[in-house]
Design a protein. Structure first.
Length: 64
């Protein structure tokens, strides 16, 4: 079963990536690299870079 965040990432990652880059200028292309099935890896990179909890990052992605 897919999580809401996984579905959201798969459905519109280019749009989400652009919005995250606007909000967090420190994020690089490497930080935002996404491959299908690698959601946990992406969330881990964002958690390290932004210093937020994974739950907070998921919530933010779902709100974009």
């Amino acid at each position: 079963m897919k999580t809401d965040t996984k579905f959201r990432i798969e459905g519109s990652w280019k749009e989400i990536k652009g919005k995250l880059k606007q909000k967090y200028a420190s994020l690089t292309e490497d930080d935002l690299m996404y491959e299908e099935g690698q959601e946990d890896e992406l969330l881990g990179r964002l958690q390290r870079k932004l210093g937020s909890s994974i739950d907070k990052i998921k919530e933010e992605i779902n709100q974009l």
